[in-house]
Design a binder for this molecule. Structure first.
Ligand code: RUQ
Ligand code: CUA
Ligand code: CA
Length: 657
């Protein structure tokens, strides 16, 4: 995103609500052809369609938007030497990493390796990182692939506290935690009994103890149903398949409990009162193939009553599966006939919803229709009423359902009562007013929910706005992750980058100010005010139990065939310029960096032994390998540290056995 600003090329289509409503009504629900179009060839057709719509705005289109600096627009230009106003925490998709961007500039500042191997930091190679990721019996990584989707950060008092961020791995159902002071992953938990772990959201306070006003749990949904236990039995019996919602302890990262549901779970949101978490369900049909998953006109947003679930577990009302010591409660409808004791509430929403997001005023959850051109506004007090037994029909918790456009996916907020939803099929962002949608739903013909819409290129999935998932939503910047860039950049062969769009939402009308290509697929991101995150400058040597605290301790220690090399670094030298081991030894190198200056990191590369990692100031890292090749191997500093960086090296001599 650090290239020159572009002229905003598009012309926003009409915002005339009459035209809009009637054309949407004609399209009401997508026909079967369009539904099938969500896969394969149909998607390609959708892409063509979106290009046309971008070039031929609806009749009555407003003039091209004014430059960002006019009419009170925000300036996104960050001059050389200036710092961004926000941290963006970006999921890295297939890469398995998390990326740190500056917003609004879009400059990528850091990559945090999580589920991947990383050649710079040695993540996935050092003993310490392997322990976090998890290893097999032979010492190899348990997994070195991942599929990160959603990044969310810890809360205190309804806003970010800068302590942690979490990211999910949909591929192997893992939840990773990143400490935001060092921006490094410190724990990974693999969820039992789950596949297709997709949505995550930290809680925002304790449901029972009002004094605990910060994140203590992380909720995890899972999309794919399995026959439990998943041990090769019952694979052909659809009756045996079900999914589990998982609660992980934010501090220990241990799995606290799981809750069985009807249907599946996609995205997750948590309420500001800490009492409710919810997940949108697109497969209440429990279908195994997608035609079955689309048969019902309505699916659901399932709400979890956290206090009741935890009380049930305390009272011993749970079961366990043989493969994990985790209490499981039953949240199926049939197991919860009485709302006054129910653990879950299924709020019906239109067809295959996607995305559920909590409005910053704490009042509503918004579920997007995906296959319905609507977003459903669910009032949380009404969900509480249902749990209290005073609302007869959970559908009555839906207080608004504006028609907003085709393929609505995710919704974020500006803190001024407006919602912004991505329209995947229309390739647009639609801005709509929540209170107006509630009035319209109640029958007020004068209420016009849709405020503005703007084209994006192309097929947007997630979006997020500055601080939008906190009660400090400030309504300045909206970032949109588009799944296809198509013709926006120089062609680079069959695989194209994705496209990210920066939109100024500070005024009445949205203004696109910038776009940039991104390596697929960032998927989701949060935009955090920079003062929230307080990073450390260097490590504390005492944090590492294996630290070589004194360069004078540098030595080779032999214990049978196991050899430990204690090594330190200080620019521009290692404490040992040579060491000897024997062919066949299992060698562990422990390296402590004694430099104290911020960013004075050293590398350790060992040729032919597939080793490369860095040590940051006052940090200790270690690697273990088998010295199976005799000869001289020059270890050298792989990270530019000093004018004599090239001279920073030494010899590992492996004596022939
Ligand atoms: S989901 S494009 Cu993995 Cu975040 Cu909605
Ligand atoms: Cu030490 Cu380069
Ligand atoms: Ca469905």
């Amino acid at each position: 995103m650090n290239d020159k600003p572009r002229e905003d090329e598009h012309t926003p289509p009409a915002t005339n609500s009459e035209t809009e409503t009637s054309s949407l009504s004609r399209r009401k629900f997508l026909g079967n052809a369009a539904l099938l179009g969500l896969s394969g060839a149909g998607l390609a057709a959708g892409l063509v369609g979106c290009k046309e719509s971008a070039q031929a705005p609806a009749a009555g289109g407003a003039p091209a938007s004014t430059p960002a600096h006019e009419a009170g627009g925000l300036s996104y230009e960050i001059k050389p030497g200036q710092l961004d106003e926000y941290y963006g925490l970006w999921s890295g998709g297939h890469s398995g990493e998390v990326r740190v961007l500056g917003v609004p500039s879009g400059r990528e500042i850091k990559r945090i390796p999580v589920f991947n191997r990383d050649a710079l930091t040695g993540w996935g190679l050092t003993n310490e990182s392997k322990q976090v990721i998890g290893t097999r019996e032979d010492g190899s990584l348990r997994y070195d692939t991942g599929d990160t989707h959603h990044v969310h950060a810890s809360y205190n008092d309804g806003t970010y506290d800068g302590k942690y961020a979490w990211v999910n791995d949909k591929l192997h159902s893992r939840l990773a935690r990143i400490r935001l002071d060092t921006m490094e992953c410190d724990k990974i938990t693999e969820l039992p009994n789950a596949q297709g772990f997709h949505g995550i959201f930290p809680d925002k306070r304790d449901p029972v103890d009002a004094a605990v006003n910060h994140t203590t749990r992380v909720f995890c949904g899972s999309e794919f149903a399995l026959p439990h236990p998943n041990d090769g039995n019952d694979m052909d019996d659809p009756e045996k398949y079900y999914s589990l919602f998982t609660c992980v302890d934010a501090e220990s990262m241990a799995v606290r409990w799981q809750c069985r549901v009807d249907g599946n779970m996609d995205l997750v949101a948590s309420a500001y009162d800490g009492k409710l978490a919810a997940s949108n369900q697109y497969n209440t049909e429990n279908g195994m193939i997608y035609a079955d998953m689309m048969s019902a006109e309505r699916d659901a947003c399932v709400f979890f009553n956290i206090e009741r679930i935890e009380a049930a577990i305390k009272a011993g009302k749970f079961t366990k599966l043989p493969n994990a010591d985790v209490p499981i409660v039953d949240g199926r409808k049939a197991a919860n006939p009485d709302p006054k004791t129910a653990l879950t509430c299924y709020v019906p929403v239109p067809k295959n919803p996607h995305g559920v997001n909590a409005s910053p005023d704490g009042k509503y959850f918004i579920c997007s229709g995906k296959l319905s051109p609507t977003a459903s506004v669910i009032e949380l007090t009404k969900v509480h009423d249902w749990f209290a037994g005073t609302l007869d029909d959970p559908r009555k918790a839906v207080v608004g359902e504006p028609e907003i456009g085709l393929g609505p996916l995710h919704t974020l907020f500006d803190g001024r009562g407006n919602a912004y939803t991505t329209l995947f099929l229309d390739s647009q962002i639609v801005k709509w007013n929540i209170e107006a949608s509630i009035k319209a739903f109640a029958g007020d013909k004068t209420a016009q929910p849709v405020v503005d819409r703007i084209d994006v290129h192309y097929q947007p999935g997630h979006l997020n706005a500055s601080m939008a998932e906190t009660r400090e939503a400030d309504g300045k910047w909206l970032v949109v992750g588009c799944k296809f860039s198509k013709d926006r950049y120089l062609p680079v062969g069959p695989l194209h980058p994705e496209n990210e769009v920066l939109i100024d939402i500070s005024g009445d009308k949205m203004k696109t100010v910038h776009e940039s290509p991104v390596w697929p697929e960032p998927h989701d991101f949060i935009v955090v005010r920079r003062d929230v995150i307080k990073t450390r400058q260097i490590y504390d040597m005492g944090e590492f139990p294996n630290a070589v605290t004194d360069p004078a301790q540098s030595k080779v220690e032999r214990n049978g065939k196991k050899v430990t090399v204690y090594l330190t670094s200080m620019a521009p030298a290692y404490s040992l310029t040579e060491f000897k081991v024997k062919q066949g030894d299992e060698v562990t190198i422990i390296l402590t960096n004694h430099d104290k200056v911020e960013d004075l990191s050293h590398g350790f590369g060992l040729p032919k032994y597939n080793i490369n990692f860095i040590v940051n100031p006052q940090e200790t890292r270690s690697v273990t390998f088998k010295a199976d090749k005799p000869g001289v191997y020059w270890y050298y500093c792989t990270h530019f540290c000093h004018a004599l960086h090239l001279e920073m090296r030494g010899r590992m001599m492996v004596e022939r056995a």
